[in-house]
Design a protein around this ligand. Structure first.
Ligand SMILES: [Zn+2]
Length: 353
């Protein structure tokens, strides 16, 4: 197994990471972060589990990173993403694991956000010789496929010059993150068509590296089970069609599993056989953070109402110090990620040497 330097990976090294995952039938969790607490918890958990990991920011997470009081919402989305990425660049190598840095869903209205990040990325690359992000996501799955692929091709041309990848989406992942309710939507759209995956491969792989979020009944967030059926065999069909038509090796597509929270382990195991190298996790780590903070607040209730106990005179400084309860949230995230690294079978598989 080829060793990589610990730290942020991009370009050929990122492809090495992806290839190792696909061949080893494991996937890297991609966790949405919103601040240094969640970023550090992800790196701590990855180091603890000796797994490489993907850290990603949604546009909302990036805006939060810059501060909800930041004067301009659009600039906040751009600068917050840059700030978060710089934090990861500075610290990741010291945690001793490889980290790929992504941005998450950008629909048509958010293409300018991605392009502003690439503008900044070009200056960063010119100055330092490496890109700021490993990959940006363009989610044009609600547009027609011609527009989806032509826009993706245009952005990939820019990204590839900076040794960056893009992630695209075909078919619609259900759930509230996309503003698509799983019950309102035409069910066919929840299942990506293999011929569309083939078209994406033919049009994009000659330009640069891309990964593909294909829909196989996955839904963002956690809902009551039974509404939609996960059908990983759709991924298998897409891989076989590309392999046969383009005469590639096994599992040519680099697939991403969105909406993995709450999925049955058997379906995850099956998806890992069909070239899924990345599984997005947001809802479950949000809950883990909140659950642990909640337990702490419950156990230390009086410290959240009084600086000094009005009856006993006991000072509560040690209990209400934000480092105490934020740390509890981090520990909750780490514990949930212990499970994710085990579920995705990436524990112990870090390529960082
Ligand atoms: Zn998603």
């Amino acid at each position: 197994m080829s060793d990589l330097l610990p730290g942020v990976v991009y370009g050929e090294d990122y492809k090495t990471l992806i290839q190792a995952a696909k061949e080893g039938k494991y996937a890297l969790p991609a966790i949405n972060v919103v601040g240094t607490n969640s970023i550090n918890a992800v790196m701590e958990a990855a180091a603890k589990n000796k797994s490489d990991v993907i850290i990603q920011l949604s546009n909302g997470g990036a805006e939060f990173f810059a501060g909800k009081g930041f004067p301009d919402s659009y600039d906040g989305k751009v600068l917050g993403a840059i700030s978060a990425a710089r934090h990861v660049h500075l610290l990741a190598e010291h945690y001793g694991i490889c980290v790929a840095l992504h941005t998450d869903h950008a629909n048509k209205a958010l293409i300018p956000w991605v392009e502003s990040l690439i503008d900044y990325g070009e200056r960063h690359y010119e100055e330092l010789g490496y890109p700021l992000f490993s990959s940006h996501m363009l989610d044009l799955s609600e547009e027609d496929i011609d527009f989806n692929l032509s826009e993706s091709a245009r952005v990939l041309k820019r990204a590839a010059r900076l040794e960056m990848s893009i992630e695209i989406e075909l078919g619609v992942t259900g759930g509230e993150e996309d503003g698509v309710g799983s019950d309102e939507i035409d069910n066919d759209k929840l299942y990506t068509q293999p011929d569309e995956c083939l078209r994406a491969y033919e049009e994009l792989s000659k330009i640069g590296h891309f990964s593909l979020a294909a829909s196989f009944g996955n839904v963002h967030g956690v809902y009551k089970p039974g509404n939609v059926q996960l059908r990983p065999e759709i991924l298998k069909k897409a891989q076989e069609l590309v392999q046969k038509t383009c005469k590639t090796g096994n599992n040519p597509l680099d697939l991403v599993f969105h909406g993995g929270s709450g999925s049955e382990q058997a379906k995850i195991d099956e998806a890992l056989q069909y070239g899924v190298f990345k599984m997005n996790i947001d809802t479950d780590t949000q809950y883990a953070f909140a659950e642990h903070v909640g337990k702490y607040v419950e156990a230390n209730g009086r410290a959240f109402k009084h600086q000094i106990d009005p009856d006993t005179g006991e000072p509560y400084k040690k209990a209400y110090d934000p480092r105490k309860w934020l740390r509890e949230g981090e520990k909750g995230m780490v514990a949930r990620l212990d499970q994710a690294f085990a579920d995705l079978k990436s524990a112990g598989k870090s390529l960082a040497g």
